[in-house]
Structures are given as structure tokens and as C-alpha cells.
Design a protein around this ligand. Sequence first.
Ligand code: R5P
Length: 300
Amino acid sequence: MQPLLLFTLGDHGKLEPTLRAAVGAEAGRCEVRHFPDGESYVRVLSDCRSRRAAILCTLRRPDERFLPLLFLAATLRELGAQSVGLIAPYLGYMRQDKRFHDGEAVSSRLFARQLSAAFDWLVTVDPHLHRYASLDEIYTIPNRVVHAAPLLARWIRDHIDNPVLIGPDSESEQWVGAVAAAAGAPFQVLEKIRRGDRDVSVSLPLLPEKIAGATPVLVDDIIASGHTMLETIAQLRAAGLAAPVCIGVHGLFADEADARLLAAGAARLVTTDSVVHPTNAIGLAHVLAAAIAELEPAHA
Ligand code: R5P
């Protein structure tokens, strides 16, 4: 059986070679660029006839990636690939999961429909599941969700003395609780009110005495504009707690949020390598490889 042919769209740093080795995949070769007018040019250079193929493409800034991704997947099929999977460590467009205002596009569902039509399977990491119980509510293809919680817990155990985990809102309670349990640390969940994309307030409940001397570790699934963490840092600092370590599964860091978080008093920023960034400290290759092996057992 030939190995999985793994194509990559965009920069994934060390994740790409590490994942390829962990899966035992062969590197697929393709050329993707833009014409001067901004249109995308895609050319497959590997022979993909009767091959199982997959594309590694994290979907931060999905609008830039989406068309080349669809062109590449469709071209692989036209050229004879047997199947085409998508490995999107960060899956964009998950947060608009309802029509908050009349007339809005429920983009999570529309995006899922397009990807489900283009791919045979999907592997991702901690998608933002709030109003959907699982990806199966909007994705119609086989999928595997990798949970970063055990990796975050291990990083916290190895690097932080006396941590107390802080989740910014009730949505985060379930999985901040899971990270805390695995790290053997207490946790506290705050209350968040979001009034706009960059307008967030967070309230700090009365903190138990025992966490006064602990190191706060803010944990969230996504750091996007950074406002959720900025607000939380401000509250913690005002309450006299130590400089917090901020951990995000997916560090998107729009508007230079990383610099603003450090300036606001974060002791350190830590992310997984779902989106390549200098804060990457937690590698996902091996957990992604295990999930791929469940969908592509011949390549385990
Ligand atoms: C939202 O519910 C998520 O869990 C994150 O809290 C949110 O996406 C963070 O966004 P931002 O960094 O823009 O505040």
C-alpha cells in the first residue's frame, strides 16, 4: 500500500515535517501562487493517480486560503486521487453559529457545507463548539476532533509551580475544568460580556484565599483580537494576583494582540502549533497523526 500523499497549503513551520514523519506520509508537491490580479494559480506536481491524498491547511484567515484549497482538492480528484482529506489544525468560521441579528449569514454552516463537498474526511483540533454539540451537526464527512487539553495540562505541570487555571467565560468551563483536572490544579471561571468584536468585559468573582499566592494561568481555545485575555489580565492584576501565563490552543493574534498582551502584563504567551507563531510551545503532530490513522487506517 502506498503512503498517504500529504500536500501543504501555507506555512506550518515544524508541524509539517513532524506530522509527515509521524503519519509515514510522502510529501505531495504542488505550486500555489497568485496572479498579479490576485487570482489563485494551483498546479499539482506529484502523480496522484489512485493515491490517497490529504491537504494540511490551517484555516486562520480562511478567506485567503479557501479558494486555493478548493482548487487543490478538486484538481487532485480530477487527476485521479482516490480520496482527499483535510487536516485543518485550526478550523475557521466556527464562531458564527447562529443568526445573532436578522439577515446574518450563519457562516459556520455555510463553510462546513463547502468543505464537506470538497473533502472525504476532516481532522481538526478543538473547534469552537458552542451551540453545536459536535462537528457532525454541520459537517457531513467523517471527522476526528483532537483535544489539546491533555497536552496543555502536561505543559502546565512541567512549567508552572502552583498554578490556578482561569477560564474567561462559562463557555470555557467544561474544558478548562478538564485541563485543570489533568494538571492537578484548581480552576476558576469568570463571566464575560461581549458587546462587539473588540468590546469585551470580564468580571472577576471573589477569589478563594488559597489562590492568592498561585500563578494564574489563563486558558482559552482561541486568542483572536486578544480582548478577552486583555480584560482578564486587567482584572487579575487589579486583584493583586501575579502576572498571568496566557495559554491559547489557537493563537490567531489579530491586530498584534501578542504584543498588547505582553504590554498589559502577561508573563508569557503559550500556544499550540495549530497556527505557526513564535509562541508555539505545544506540538500537535503526534495527536493529529493518531486521528489521521483512524480515518486512514492503511497508513497507521
Ligand atoms: C469565544 O467564545 C472564544 O472562546 C474566545 O474567548 C474568543 O474567541 C477570544 O476572542 P478575542 O481574543 O477576540 O477576545
